[in-house]
Design a protein around this ligand. Structure first.
Ligand code: PLP
Length: 403
């Protein structure tokens, strides 16, 4: 990282500052060396009986055990995939097809990641009935709404553990225990929470859980799906029958070993990370709200990811702030990323009831454990200037602050 901004001076002003950890994380040196070792020394095909094959198989199974232990699961309940998107697709299509005879009703929320919402859209075209639960102004699903939405034909509920835009953590335990008593299959997208908060499958009461490597300082293109023993699932990639037939294809040993290494480190340092990031997040929140007028903090004040801050700044657009921040060497994200085909603000903020103006003016700052208070202070200093600059040229702002 750091490119043009790197020089011998280590101060925050002279290097590129990365504050977009919800999008992806840098890869840890220990992970890179483990991945490298697997590319160069342990290159075997895990399905082959010879020594390189057996070595690869051992790495594969040890990695599975690492992930299983973190989740409080059995190794046989872990299926490796190409990441969070594939895990969500496998969970949703796999359950819909395997249990389609029992019913055609599925419940999810309005603020899921597109990797859940798009499969739901495809299923609705195939005749499945999808209920999208609303959220409150903090981004929380009301378990009471779920209870009301449940029908005899409900075969699956999929509610994300934490939202990627505003960081709100959902009452998964409460929902999980309610669904358990009714024998309804429960999936959670834990891509943002795995190794970022505690996520034990029995405590959460989930039957399926998606996770991804690149949100936890691991490689991109690798993830896993936890599938509780006894849960049927219809695969959607067919071939050599790897991963108990649930996901064919020669296993990505370097990626999987890298995921396991990142998980191992992430889990070992979790308590420290939660404490440090929560403190930094609260510091950043106070400084922004205390120093910038007409700023709001989005998402739940308490039930939220340790490193996630989401703000809305009136009269200006988040996209403009992101571009200007990049010019001063800081990576943040706009919560209102417009897709090229539409100029709609993110569905999460709209579902929380934000006005278009607040949704367009949103900025997501996601902190990682390698960030320092010096970097946060530099971010605050720069964002204050940029927001004032942008407001000074905003017709909306000028109209309201004429005198
Ligand atoms: N689900 C959530 C909540 C995410 O934040 C992401 C990534 O942004 C995904 C799923 C997709 O994961 P991946 O990038 O590993 O496919």
């Amino acid at each position: 990282m750091n490119g043009a901004f790197t020089n011998n001076n280590n101060s925050a002003k002279n290097k590129y500052i990365y504050l977009d950890h919800a999008a992806t994380t840098p890869v840890l040196a220990e992970v890179v060396s483990r991945v490298n070792e697997c590319f160069t020394r342990f290159y075997g095909n895990a399905s082959e009986p010879h020594l390189p094959g057996r070595d690869a198989k051992e790495i594969l199974e040890n990695s599975r055990t690492v992930i299983a232990e973190i989740l409080g699961a059995k190794s046989s309940e872990i299926t490796f995939t190409s990441g969070g998107t594939e895990s969500n697709n496998l969970a949703i299509f796999g359950i819909a097809e395997a249990y389609g005879k029992n019913g055609n009703h599925i419940i999810t929320s309005e603020i899921e990641h597109p990797a859940v919402l798009m499969p739901m859209k495809v299923l609705s075209r195939k005749g499945y009935k999808i209920t999208y639960l609303p959220v409150d102004s903090n981004g929380l699903v009301d378990p009471g709404d779920l209870k009301k939405a449940l029908k005899p034909k409900t075969i699956l509920v999929s509610i994300m553990h934490a939202n990627n835009i505003v960081g709100t953590i959902q009452p998964i335990e409460e929902i999980g225990h309610f669904l358990k008593e009714r024998n309804v299959i429960f999936h959670t997208d834990a891509v943002q929470t795995f190794c970022n908060t505690r996520a034990n499958v029995d405590n959460l009461g989930v039957d399926l859980l998606s996770l991804s490597g690149h949100k936890i300082y691991g490689p991109k293109g690798v993830g896993a799906l936890y599938i509780r023993k006894g849960t049927k699932i219809m695969p959607h990639i067919f071939g050599g029958g790897q991963e108990q037939g649930r996901r064919s294809g020669t296993e990505n040993i370097p990626g999987i070993a890298g995921l396991a290494k990142a998980s191992e480190i992430g889990f070992r340092t979790l308590d420290d990370k939660i404490r440090r990031l929560s403190e930094m997040r609260d510091y950043l929140k106070e400084k922004i709200l205390g120093n910038i007028e007409e700023a709001r903090f989005n998402g739940h004040p308490l039930s939220r990811l340790p490193g996630n801050c989401n703000f809305s700044f009136k009269y200006i657009e988040g996209e403009a702030i992101v571009l200007r921040m990049d010019m001063v060497g800081i990576a943040v994200s706009s919560g209102s990323a417009c897709s090229s085909s539409s100029m709609k603000p993110t569905h999460t903020l709209k579902a929380m009831g934000l006005s278009n103006e607040d949704a367009f003016g949103s900025l997501r700052v996601t902190i990682g454990f390698e960030n320092t208070y010096e970097e946060i202070d530099y971010f605050i200093e720069e964002v204050k200037k940029i927001i004032q600059d942008l407001r000074n040229i905003s017709p909306l702002y000028k109209n309201i602050h004429k005198f």
